[in-house]
Design a binder for this molecule. Structure first.
Ligand code: ATP
Ligand code: MG
Length: 386
C-alpha cells in the first residue's frame, strides 16, 4: 500500500482542436509545482496521478497542486491490490467513528470479476460487520464516502475526500499581461484573477526611494513571490519615480498630484509592456474606492494608454470581496504590513475626485514628460521569481 495523489482537471479546456496546447501547458505547470520533490507524474485515463513521493511531502505537494490553475479536484488516495480484502484493509483507515457512509466504486478494469455496484455492496457489508452497528449506510446524504477505483494493472485506488482545486485555465494559455503591483491588497488579487484565466503575469512596481524605504520594496518582492505560486513564476520590474513626483510637487497643483503621477505610471507601463511582449496592463482598481478611482479618475489615467487594453478585474468588487480573495490566496497578511507606498509620498490633503482633462493637460505642460520617463526607465531593476 502506498499513497498516490489523484489530479482531476476541468474537462472543458482539454477539448477541441487546441487540446494539445492546453495539455502541454497544464502538464508543465503541474511539473513545476512538483519540482524539488522526488515523485512521478503520470497521465492516466482522463486524469493525472502523482506517485512514488515521500509520505512526509504529501501535504506540501497537495498545497502546491491546489494552486495550479486548471486543477478541478484532488484526492489523496491509497493504492493497493485490487483484491477486496486488501481494499477493505485500506478502507478501514478512512472510517469515521460514527455516522453514516456510502461506498462509491468505479471500474477502470472491465475484466474485474465484480461490477461497480457489487464492489460497493460487498465492501459496504464488510464495513458494517466490522464496525458492529456504529455506522449506518446512507446513499443520499452520507456523513462520509469511501471511494474505490479499480485500475487496469491489478491495483485499486481507495480514498475519501475530494479536495477543491484552483479551477480556471492553465497559466500560459491566454497571453501575457503586465500587472501594476503596489504593496496593497488589491493588485495581487487582480494578478491572481488574470492568471486564473490562463494569463502569464509579469509585475511592475513603482517606488520613490528614498522616500519609500527598503522594507516597502521587500514587501512588494514578498507579494510577488506569493503571486508567483499561482502564476508559475513571475518577473518583477521596479521603476523609480522619485524625480517624477518631485517635479510634479514642485510645479503642479497639489490636488492633481495623484492624477498626474498615475498618468506617468500608465505611460511607463504601456511602453514597458510592449518591450516585454505583454498584451495588456492589469491593475487592481475598483470603482469609487479612492479619489483616483472615480470614473473620471480612471478615464484621466486611461487616456494616456494608446495601444493596449487596461484590464481591471476588480472594478466591480467591494473591498470585502477583495479582502476575502486576498486572504484565500495567502497575500493578506503581507499586504497589510505598514510600509509606505509611493502614492502616499507628497499626498495632498484634498486630491481631486473629478479631475478635468483640460486642467490635467494644462498642468502636465509644465513638465518634461518625455525626459522624466526616459530617466525613470534608466532605473529599471529586474527580479526573476521562480
Ligand atoms: P492596491 O491595494 O493594489 O495598492 P489601492 O486601493 O491602494 O490599490 P491605488 O493606490 O489607487 O489603489 O492604486 C490603484 C492601482 O494602481 C493598484 O491596484 C495598482 O494596480 C496600481 N498601483 C498603485 N500604486 C502602485 C505602485 N506603487 N506600483 C505599481 N502599481 C501601482
Ligand atoms: Mg495602493
Amino acid at each position: 500500500m502506498k499513497k498516490v495523489i489523484i489530479i482531476r482537471y476541468a474537462e472543458i479546456f482539454l477539448k477541441g482542436k487546441n487540446r494539445g496546447f492546453f495539455e502541454r501547458a497544464f502538464e508543465s505547470n503541474l511539473n513545476r509545482a512538483l519540482k524539488g520533490y522526488s515523485c512521478r507524474l503520470i497521465k492516466q485515463s482522463g486524469r493525472y496521478l502523482v506517485e512514488d513521493f515521500d509520505e512526509f511531502d504529501s501535504d506540501d505537494i497537495l498545497e502546491n497542486l491546489k494552486k495550479v490553475f486548471g486543477v478541478h479536484t484532488l484526492s489523496l488516495a491509497y493504492e493497493t491490490s485490487s483484491d477486496l480484502p486488501a481494499i477493505f484493509e485500506v478502507a478501514k483507515l478512512l472510517l469515521q467513528e460514527t455516522g453514516t457512509f456510502k461506498v462509491e466504486s468505479h471500474r477502470g478494469d472491465k475484466k474485474y470479476p465484480l461490477t461497480s455496484v457489487e464492489i460497493s455492496k460487498e465492501l459496504g457489508g464488510m464495513i458494517l460487520d466490522y464496525t458492529k452497528g456504529k455506522l449506518r449506510v446512507d446513499v443520499h446524504k452520507p456523513s462520509f464516502t469511501i471511494r474505490v477505483d479499480i485500475r487496469e494493472n491489478g491495483r485499486a485506488l481507495v480514498f475519501g475526500a475530494f479536495i477543491e482545486g484552483a479551477n480556471g485555465m492553465p497559466v500560459g494559455t491566454a497571453g501575457k499581461g503586465l500587472l501594476l503591483l503596489s504593496g496593497g491588497i488589491d493588485s495581487p488579487v487582480a494578478g491572481h484573477m488574470m492568471a486564473k484565466r490562463g494569463m502569464v503575469v509579469d509585475c511592475l512596481h513603482f517606488h520613490s526611494y528614498p522616500y519609500t524605504n527598503m522594507q516597502a520594496k521587500e514587501k512588494v518582492v514578498d507579494l510577488a513571490k506569493i503571486l508567483a505560486k499561482y502564476t508559475c513564476g513571475t518577473t518583477l520590474y521596479t521603476v523609480k519615480v522619485t524625480h517624477i513626483q518631485e517635479a510634479i510637487h514642485e510645479k503642479c497643483k497639489p490636488e492633481l498630484m495623484i492624477t498626474l503621477l498615475r498618468r506617468f505610471m500608465y505611460r511607463i507601463a504601456e511602453r514597458h509592456a510592449q518591450r516585454l511582449g505583454a498584451q495588456c496592463i492589469i491593475t487592481g482598481e475598483s470603482l469609487g474606492q479612492v479619489a483616483s478611482q472615480t470614473i473620471e479618475g480612471v478615464t484621466s489615467s486611461n487616456s494616456v494608454v494608446e495601444a493596449l487594453p487596461v484590464l481591471r478585474p476588480l472594478i466591480g468588487f467591494d473591498k470585502n470581496e477583495i479582502i476575502d480573495r486576498s486572504v484565500k490566496m495567502g497575500a493578506y497578511e503581507t499586504s497589510i504590513l505598514p510600509f509606505e507606498d509611493c502614492c502616499t509620498v507628497f499626498l495632498p490633503d484634498f486630491p481631486a475626485t473629478r479631475p478635468k482633462l483640460m486642467d490635467i493637460l494644462f498642468e502636465e505642460r509644465k513638465l518634461d514628460v518625455e525626459g522624466l520617463i526616459a530617466e525613470a526607465f534608466e532605473s529599471v531593476e529586474k527580479i526573476v521569481i521562480e
